[in-house]
Design a protein around this ligand. Sequence first.
Ligand code: FE2
Length: 345
Amino acid sequence: MEQLATLADLPTRYIDDLKQSNLVPLWPSLRNVLPPVKPIPNTKSIVWKYNEIKPLLLEAGELTPIEKAERRVLVLANPGHGLENMRATSVIYLGMQLLLPNEWAPAHRHTPNAIRLIVEGEKAYTTVEGKKCPMEKGDLILTPSGLWHEHGHDGDEPVIWLDVLDLPLVYYMEASFVEGGDCQPIQRVENKPRYAAGLVPTVQHIRGEQNYPMLRYPWSDAKQLLIDLAAENTAGPVQVAYVNPETGEDCQKIIGYSALMVRPGEKVQLEPRSAAMVFHVIEGETAITIDGKASHLDTADTACAPCFAHIDLINNSQDACFLFIADEAPIQKKLGLYSTRPRGE
Ligand SMILES: [Fe+2]
């Protein structure tokens, strides 16, 4: 492609005149905003080690009472976006949250969608629109846009979970805000898997677009399905997507979620794709190579990979590794931006 003229090629007087009229010449920036062939991501491949996060998070529990934090979270920030911008990718926010015994994070609701992936601890719960969802290790709990939610803890050990939000995108769209302060009515209704029988209530089936029939996805179910699939299929990666059981679509609108099992001795090569991805180890350990950069992920470690990255997961351990994956594919597909390209291209 042709090298284009730069600002230095223009007279200073002309540039000043443009500024006075709130005008900018496109051509000095054209190759930055429309780079040839593929995007130039700010997102860097990063690994956050849980053994570094946990002591700092527990220290936050001593330094800042929950009443002064509301949500006691350490954000997993990608330096490629600037730490102060609190982004893992351009769409995905990641935070590790601590709730101590008898603490309560009060009810609020906000425009960004959120999920919780429980990392460790027992007897905490998230109440979503009156539905009390127990938080057990590996469980996925949705708190979609606009739904009231709060967190409580009846146990006697700290509980830690991973928050994933589409906050960077919603904030960029100037659509991010929260309402809160008042306690939502708590009905103490367990979120039973009402759809397991393949039945949906016909009245509720004709509903508006804010339809989230399932808020808690127990890890015990997801893990068993992965193990069963691995036994049935000897070749190929074993991966399951978290979907809305009524529609079969992604369980949330902007970020997609899935769980991947890497068998002992298995190497999983992921096809480069336009959507950035986040990996979090629920159980086990694995090596990960992102664009040739090798790291090791232990249980509860988290990594992110930019768009079109070449990603290999290599499990050299004796046990299966189970990973939770968040990616930007749903919003990219809705916007017609999603693509893959063959490895090696
Ligand atoms: Fe929230």
